[in-house]
Structures are given as C-alpha cells and as structure tokens.
Design a protein around this ligand. Structure first.
Ligand SMILES: O=C(CO)COP(=O)(O)O
Length: 253
C-alpha cells in the first residue's frame, strides 16, 4: 500500500515574524526520521509563507491554510491558488472546521475549492469531522461521509489529497479522540472510499487524525492501522511537534 506517514502542523492564526522564525529554527535543528519515512508539512498564516518557505529545511514542506475557490480577480481579501503556485507553495489545507463553522463554508464550496486547487497543481489536505452534537446523535459516520462525498463528486484523481479527520469536539479542547474512536472513523472513511471511489484510492489515500494531538498521545494514535499521520494545531507551535513527527516510526517498529 505504501502510505507514507504524514505530519502536518497547522499554525492557524498565530505568530509574529520573530515567533515564526523561532519555530523554523527549532524545526531545522530537529533530528527526525528521513523523508522516506515521514512527510512533514507546516502551515503558517499567508503573510509568513514566503519567510517560512525561504528558511525551512528542504525536507519539510509548506502549506497555505486556505485559498480561493476559483481563479483570482475581484475577490477582496482572498488569496488564489495561482498565487500559491507563483510562490512555490505545494500544499493547501481546505475545509478546516474553523472555516466551515465560522465562515460558513459548505460541503459543496469545500468540494469546489479542493477541485480547483488540485487543478492548479496544489496538493490538498482536506478536512472533515463531526461536532459533539452530531457524535452524540450517532451521526458521525454519516456526517464525514457526506463531507467526503462533496469532495469525491468534484475530483477524479485522489493522488494529491490527504484526508484529515478532525472531530470538532477534539480541536483545541485537550479532549483527544481515543485511539479506538479515531481508528473507527478512519476505518469507515477508508471503507467509504473503497465503496464509492475505488479500492486503489482507499488503499493509497492517507487519512490523518487531528484534534488535541500531542507528544504524549501521538504514538498510540499513530499505531492504529488506519491512522496515517496527524494534523496538529496547538502542539505544532511547540518543540513537542518534533516528538509527534518521530511517532512516524511506530509504523515500522
Ligand atoms: O485543528 C487542528 C489542526 O488543524 C487541531 O488543533 P489542536 O491540535 O490545537 O487541537
């Protein structure tokens, strides 16, 4: 199958130039498994993308946290996929729950964004996840399937997509999904891909977990058979992120 472990750091709306440089220095000095074992992608706010890209070690890569749904133009405040290409930014995070909830991004809009970014040659970390109410109502699998379907309807090639399962109730709350809870949803998402897209896509698409991942819980989560890595928020701003990258070795040990 060959799903390389993937560790993303979503810095969200945090940092000053000085703080960002400090994080990059910390990452550059870290001893981590080789690129053959783990793919590391960090996602600073737009304004810091050029700085981070120019200073970051070459074996780590950079992602934007969003981009516009189509070609740029008269869309005040937006950043287009073409601009990311122009800056040499290879990845973008799309459909993060904070954007879905706070900026009313619908499943369909996220699907369109994913398709457009891919069409421009940008690789996508596409996020899905249920709220606490949805989990308690027993609709977790239906919700993430619906979100994934909206993407699947718009794309034909999954090679450049990493699917991030981020339960909303676990984001920034310190309330991490148990390894069994994460595994269950990752398994269901892979099953959905197998039934609705193809067995090849199901076997090769990385499904990563996000939501209060830290240095203490990453190994057990990463050891789950359908967990192919992480999308890390708060802990990606700290030295602890290096420990999370090292969790990639659980797959080989
Ligand atoms: O939203 C997340 C990553 O995209 C997760 O955030 P936390 O790791 O801070 O819970």
């Amino acid at each position: 199958m060959g799903r390389k472990f993937f560790v993303g750091g979503n810095w969200k709306c945090n940092g000053t130039t000085e703080e960002v440089k400090k994080i990059v220095t910390m990452l550059n000095e870290a001893e981590v498994p080789s690129e053959d074992v783990v793919e590391v992608v960090v996602s600073p706010p737009y304004v810091f993308l050029p700085t981070v890209k120019s200073l970051l070690r070459p074996d780590f890569h950079v992602a934007a946290q969003n981009c516009w749904v189509k070609k740029g133009g008269a869309f005040t405040g937006e950043v287009s996929a073409e601009m990311l290409v122009n800056l040499g930014i290879p990845w973008v995070i799309l459909g993060h729950s904070e954007r879905r909830a706070l900026l009313n991004e619908s499943n369909e809009f996220v699907g369109d964004k994913v398709a457009y970014a891919l069409s421009q040659g940008i690789k996508v970390i596409a996020c899905v996840g249920e709220t606490l109410e949805q989990r308690e109502a027993g609709s977790t699998v239906a919700v993430v399937a619906e979100q994934t379907k909206a993407i699947a309807e718009k794309v034909s090639d999954w090679t450049n997509i990493v699917l991030a399962y981020e339960p909303v109730w676990a984001i920034g709350t310190g309330k991490v999904a148990s390894p069994a809870q994460a595994q269950e949803v990752h398994f269901e998402l892979r099953k959905w891909l197998k039934e609705k897209v193809s067995a090849e896509v199901a076997a090769s698409t990385r499904i990563i977990y996000g939501g209060s991942v830290n240095g203490a819980n990453c190994k057990e989560l990463g050891g789950q058979p359908d967990v192919d890595g992480f999308l890390v928020g708060g802990a990606s701003l700290k030295p602890e992120f290096v420990e999370i990258i090292k969790a990639a070795t659980v797959k080989s040990s």
